[in-house]
Every structure is written in C-alpha cells, then in structure tokens.
Design a protein around this ligand. Structure first.
Ligand SMILES: Nc1ncnc2c1ncn2[C@@H]1O[C@H](COP(=O)(O)OP(=O)(O)O)[C@@H](O)[C@H]1O
Ligand SMILES: [Mg+2]
Length: 509
C-alpha cells in the first residue's frame, strides 16, 4: 500500500527584497505522519509554510494538495483545502470565550444558533485528541499552553486534515511539550498530515516520523527519523563549514591518547581531590571539562601531566602504563601543559622569551651534550613570535613585561612547537581580551584538527559548548556526566555543575 501524499510542494522559490527565503524547495508530506521541518533561524521554514497556507504567494513552483494542483489566492483558499496553521504568535481574541474563538471566521456555524452543539463538538475533539480545554473559559484566563490547545481545537473544528505548527514547543513547559506530542501522534494516527516546524534536533527525534531539513532557503534532505541521528541532522542543518571539523573530530574509531582508569588522587590539603575518575581523551578531539573552579580540575590536569601522584587507578598513554612515572616521561610522550598560572608554572617571569622556549628544549634530541645550542632556539623563538603574532618589545626582554594575552600566546606557541599529542589547557583564555581569546581558541582548534587531543578546562559554558567535541562535568572531584555539545544546554550543564543530575529540562525557568 502506498502512502497518500497530502502535500507536495515542488520547486518553490520566494524572494523578499535582498533575500531569497526559499529557493527551489521540495516538500512531500504523507497522511498519517508527523513531518518535521528542521532548520536554523532564517532557513526559510516559516516562509515555506506561509506559502502553503496562502499567506504568501510563491514566485515560482507548484503546490499539490491531495494530488490536485492548487493556486491559493488567500488563506481562505488554503483553509478550504483542509490546511490549518498554528502560528508562533497565537491569533486568539482575549475577551471572547474558547468556543467563540473556535468558531470565529468559520463560515459554517452560527454561534448564537448552535451554542450547545458547538460546545459539544469542542468537547468531543478535546477528548479524542487529549486537548483539555473548557469551551466557556475566556481566552485571557488561559495559560499559553491552554491557548495553544484552543488553536489546535480550532483548526480541528474546521475539519483541517493538514496541520502545521510553527515552533510549537517554544512556549511550552517540558510536560506540556510531551502532551502536545501525544496529541500530534493521535492526529497523525487518525490519518491527518502533521507538519511541525522546529530548530531543535531532539524534538525531531522525539516526535517525528520523517524530517525535511532546510538550510539557507533550500531543502537539503528528507529523512526517516529512524534512519538518522543528531550528528547527521546537525550537519545537514548547519552545512559543512563548522561540521566538517566536527564530524571529522568525532572519528569513527576514536584513538585514545590517554586513559584514566578508576583514578583517585588527593588535593593539596590531603583530602580526596579526585574520586573514581574514568576518562579517555582521543586524538583529534577537544574534551571540555565544565565545572565550578575547585571541583578537581587542577588535580585532574596534574594527574594527566604526571605532576600529581595518584592513590588508586591506572594511567595509560597509548596503551602503556604510565602510573607513577615522573612528569618528564609524560612530556616525552607528548603530553603538554598550558597551566592556569602562566607566570609561575608556565613561564619564568625573569627570563626572556628565548630562555623560556629553551627551558622546554633541554630534552630534545637536537640538544645532546653539555651545552644547549642557543642559536637554533633563538631562531625558533623568532618564528614562533611571528607565527603566533606575539607582541613583545624584544625576545631578549624578561617575559614578565609582556601582556597577559601575549604571554599566553607565547606559552601556547612553545607548547605547540613540541608537536604535542595532547594539550591540557587550563582556563586558557582567562583574563585575555577578545582578540587574544579568539587567537588562543583558534590555536587550540587547529591543534585538534591536526590530530592532537585537547583537554580544555573552562568555566565559560559558551566556550565549552563552542569548542568541545565531548563535555564532562566535574563536581566535588567526580565526573557528574558526559554530554555531547550537540545535546547539551547551558541549563543542563549548570545543573550538573551543582551536583544535580536528575532534573528535567526547563525546570529552572
Ligand atoms: N515578510 C518578509 N519580508 C522580508 N524578509 C523576510 C520576510 N519573511 C522572512 N524573511 C526573510 O526570509 C528568510 C527566511 O525567514 P523565515 O522563513 O522566517 O525563516 P525560519 O522560519 O526558518 O526562521 C530570513 O532571512 C528572513 O529575514
Ligand atoms: Mg520561523
């Protein structure tokens, strides 16, 4: 048995002054399905649906409803074809009752003649689809969720069998959203075609049967929900620019650089600093560590760089047991450290840039023998300063005279010049201005794209979400959870950071 095609839009193009909102868009929606229209803000979703509902006229393209070509002159024509849309901003009349609003604009019912009958029909619709509304209530008395239910009842009352909802969950609580999805499923099961506009991938996975992705006004793909996933949807939605690195980084077979197994370590006060830490950092990924400072971040980095001894567990680098090895061995294995305290642990304030670079070279193969070879390091420092755009008066002046941003760039340059396999970066942009922040972030991303693993400790959730491939949250020395930046919200991370892991999205608002 074939699927009954309720909506077919072919080659739809719509231009507004200065912007092509829809370009050659194709969409096909079947009876009995919930079809998500997914895209970022400005992708052209609302425009496409406004065309389908007769609000706008397409410059080009054709629309077929239930197999028949249509040419809507106004929303009235679309309504007559069975199309009903619930807009982002409801169009209800506050002082009127639910029942009055439901029949408003309806040509078939005269309210004053059929009041009892209308109320009864509304109650039947409410019951059938799980849309609790009181026909006699005034709109202004209702919550936003209830008003949305009135809008849905209204288009069902008109007998619409093609229902369009524009970002319906934007105004709903999580519970109301779940109830809405149940209602939508009932509508689809009764043979209607349901189109839901959204920019949230999780929603698509939660409620849709199929999804059409729009990007920059174009229809990119139509997929079965069961045959796709968040990563693919994100990639289709955003395009390749950001996502190429992203998909590349989430390598199909992650190659672990370092593995921590069941680690425990004490903090400086001799109290438990890390408890039962299990984690792995892979080549070509940034592992973001979110958390309020003082929840084990420092201890974690020091364990990973060999600076802090552990009281339990194992540290594996490339599968080899490094437990108990001195920091020197970690450095030799390509583990690099960009510490929180740049002038202190990172760089020696009274030494020059050249001498600071030199410090990290004494173990190099090219530096055998009693005396360090100064000239090549001098040359290398000059190259670094140039490549990383470090501003300093002279590479021979004490580094304590440099600004924070330039210090950080020099430090990163020195660490990166050792071709590290893993960079543990602790609050790498703290105290930097916007320009320096951006360059430090792109340096880290470039390292990741070149195949290094990066451990990024940060308190800035935007930074974590923007840069990370995976995110863990530390709380009181434990890993509270791991999140993908594609799913994680600041709200969820925020909860984990305070030690709460059983909350519902939206609970805080
Ligand atoms: N009435 C309009 N006049 C001018 N430009 C518009 C109008 N409606 C939408 N646009 C533009 O068309 C593009 C697509 O918008 P829209 O369809 O609202 O996207 P979405 O619903 O996916 O966020 C945007 O660039 C938007 O600014
Ligand atoms: Mg929109």
């Amino acid at each position: 048995m074939g699927h009954r095609i309720m909506v077919k839009m072919v080659g739809i193009t719509k231009k507004f002054p200065g912007v092509t909102a829809n370009k050659d868009v194709n969409l096909e929606v079947r009876a009995g399905e919930i079809h998500a229209l997914l895209g970022e803000n400005g992708a052209g979703k609302s425009t496409l649906m406004n065309i389908l509902t007769g609000l706008y006229k397409a410059d080009k393209g054709q629309i077929f409803i239930k197999g028949n070509p249509v040419n809507f002159k106004s929303p009235k024509d679309a309504i007559a074809s069975g199309i009903g849309m619930i807009h982002q901003h409801f169009r209800l009349v506050g002082p009127l009752t639910v029942a009055e609003n439901v029949i408003l604009g309806s040509t078939t019912s005269s309210f004053w003649l059929n009041k009892a009958k209308i109320n009864k029909t509304i109650q039947e619709i409410s019951k059938q689809y799980g849309l609790e509304v009181d026909p006699k209530a005034k709109i202004w008395q209702l919550s936003v969720g209830e008003q949305q239910r009135v809008e849905i009842v209204k288009i069902l009352y008109r007998g619409s069998d093609i229902l369009i909802l524009d970002e319906p969950t934007a105004v709903l609580t999580p519970q109301e959203s779940r109830d809405l999805f149940t209602t939508l499923r009932k509508m689809a099961d009764s043979g209607k075609a349901v189109i839901v506009i959204t920019h949230k991938m999780q929603e698509v996975l939660d409620m849709a049967d199929r999804v059409t992705v729009l990007r920059s006004g174009q229809s990119i793909a139509t997929l079965e929900k069961n045959r796709t996933n968040k990563e693919e949807l994100a990639q289709l939605m955003v395009g390749h620019d950001i996502l190429e690195d992203r998909s590349q980084k989430i390598a199909h077979k992650p190659t672990p650089i370092i593995k921590l197994e069941n680690i425990r370590a004490l903090n400086d006060k001799g109290l438990p600093g890390l408890t039962d830490i299990n984690l792995q950092i892979n080549a070509g990924e940034i592992l973001g560590v979110a958390g309020v400072a003082g929840n084990g971040q420092r201890e974690l980095v020091e364990v990973i760089t060999g600076l802090r001894s552990i009281t339990q567990g194992r540290i594996l680098i490339d599968g080899q047991d490094f437990t108990g090895f001195p920091p020197k061995k970690f450095i030799a294995a390509g583990i690099s450290h960009v510490p929180e305290d740049r002038l202190g642990m990172g760089l020696v304030p009274n030494l020059s840039a050249v001498d600071n670079v030199m410090l990290k070279k004494y173990n190099d193969k090219g530096q055998k023998g009693w005396f360090l070879k100064y000239a090549p390091v001098r040359k290398e420092t000059e190259t670094m300063v140039e490549a990383f755009n470090v501003k300093l008066s002279s590479i021979d002046s004490p580094v304590k005279l440099m600004s924070g941003g330039n210090l950080q760039k020099l430090l990163l340059a020195r660490e990166i010049s050792t071709n590290p396999r893993l960079i543990a970066a602790v609050y790498p942009v703290r105290g930097l201005d916007i320009g320096a922040t951006e360059s430090v972030r792109s340096l880290l991303l470039a390292q990741r794209n070149a195949g290094a693993g990066v451990l990024l400790i940060s308190e800035d959730l935007d930074e974590i979400l923007h840069l990370s491939d995976r995110i863990i949250v530390l709380f009181e020395g434990k890993i509270m959870g791991e999140e993908s930046p594609l799913n994680a919200t600041k709200e969820r991370l925020g909860f984990l950071m305070t030690g709460i892991d059983n909350f519902q999205e939206g609970q805080a608002s």
